[in-house]
Design a protein around this ligand. Sequence first.
Ligand code: SF4
Ligand code: SF4
Length: 362
Amino acid sequence: MTDTFYEVLRRQGITRRSFLKFCSLTATSLGLGSAFAPKIAHALETKPRTPVIWLHGLECTCCSESFIRSAHPLTKDVVLSMLSLDYDDTLMAAAGHQAEAILEEVKRKYKGNYILAVEGNPPLNEDGMFCIQSGRPFIEKLKETAADCKAIISWGSCASWGCVQAAKPNPTRATPVHKVIFDKPIIKVPGCPPIAEVMTAVVTYMLTFDKLPELDRQGRPKMFYGQRIHDKCYRRPHFDAGQFVEEWDDDQARMGYCLYKMGCKGPTTYNACSTVRWNDGVSFPIQSGHGCIGCSEDGFWDKGSFYDRVTDIKQFGVEANADKVGGTAAAVVGASVAAHAAVTALARARQKTGIDTPKGED
Ligand code: SF4
Ligand code: SF4
């Protein structure tokens, strides 16, 4: 009989207290609320463990680096135990023929029941010769392993979009996973790399609930890619006020003004960096003084310099570029202040005259 997740965790030395804490952390990071923690605990206690096969194509391994550095040690321990990484040619102890034998065994034993996580992508030119694993093109290994999987996770911008190895003229024809596998559910978790907590939360959700989380039109989990960096950026008030850094070492940079004019792609990038942040929530690139380069967006590598401004953002509905934002923002703020003052004066006058303030007007 196959072990449950919980049995595997206990065997790895994880206490029940730690296990329950992990369930609470996971429920919170998934935005499900603490009421979901017991449901996660119950699912992990009763469900048989789902094996995960993790393949690596053309890539730099930054997704694995991010994943194994998941800031919370408990999360890292639990998720790594939960995954058990039945096959991961980068992290597993086995190598060569032994590793390939394990892959074949997992595929056979768990046919139709394993999750395939893919980091990197297959190059298709020259019959796939630009990425050879165990003596054959990676594309073959990918297709064979995908054939019997339950679902696919495309880790990072390489597997999701192609990333820098697909930059024009893309000599190896590096190709994202969804353009070579068409008959399996695929969840994209883009970023270069994706945030560790996002990766662990996504994989925990899939293992716990045995389904994909809700996805957007591009196949990304809405819970982490539903908002732009710009929507939750702590420098946003400076953007709205028209206060921009103009040079890397100017006074505005020292005062933490908006980095839009320095090329920040936050207004067109969907990711959780400005909310989840990096390194246990310590910081994220914009907080460290550099604009977002849009690493989780399709084609970011071919869209010109990281320091060119995004020219077509529509804020306040009218201005065409950041140079006009200041004036527009000032006008909006001015109008709001005037409106607020008028409403307040009206309310005071009503109080004096004994007229009730209609609901919602104060
Ligand atoms: S442009 Fe960049 S720095 Fe400015 S508010 Fe938006 S995300 Fe933040
Ligand atoms: S801030 Fe932008 S460039 Fe940096 S990791 Fe997040 S999405 Fe990628």
